[in-house]
Design a protein around this ligand. Structure first.
Ligand code: FES
Length: 97
């Protein structure tokens, strides 16, 4: 929201009134394509959150290390994955492989 990562589940809609909202659907194409290419797909909560967090990370760190990616996505907790494909997708999108 307005260029900052926000927990959508903790915001009232009124708090976003007049703000610029980015979502997985508006994330850069190369990020979305990398997630698909690497099969980095989780549930309908995890995947959008990770795509948005990855986009934010890549704006700040264009060529992230594995540790950078894991730190950048640390606000997205999924008990269903080891994050391997997700880390690979983010690094690929950032040309960090
Ligand atoms: S895939 Fe969403 S919680 Fe694990």
């Amino acid at each position: 929201m307005d260029g900052e990562i926000a927990c959508a589940c903790l915001l009232l809609a009124a708090q976003a009134d007049g703000s610029v909202i980015e979502t997985a659907a508006t994330a850069p194409e190369n990020v979305r394509a990398a997630f698909i290419r690497h099969g980095a797909i989780q549930c309908g909560f995890c995947t959008p959150g990770m795509v948005v967090a990855a986009s934010d990370l890549l704006r700040r760190v264009p060529s992230p290390s594995e540790d950078d990616v894991r730190e950048g996505l640390s606000g997205n907790l999924c008990r269903c994955t080891g994050y391997q494909k997700i880390v690979a997708a983010v690094r690929d999108a950032g040309d960090g492989l």
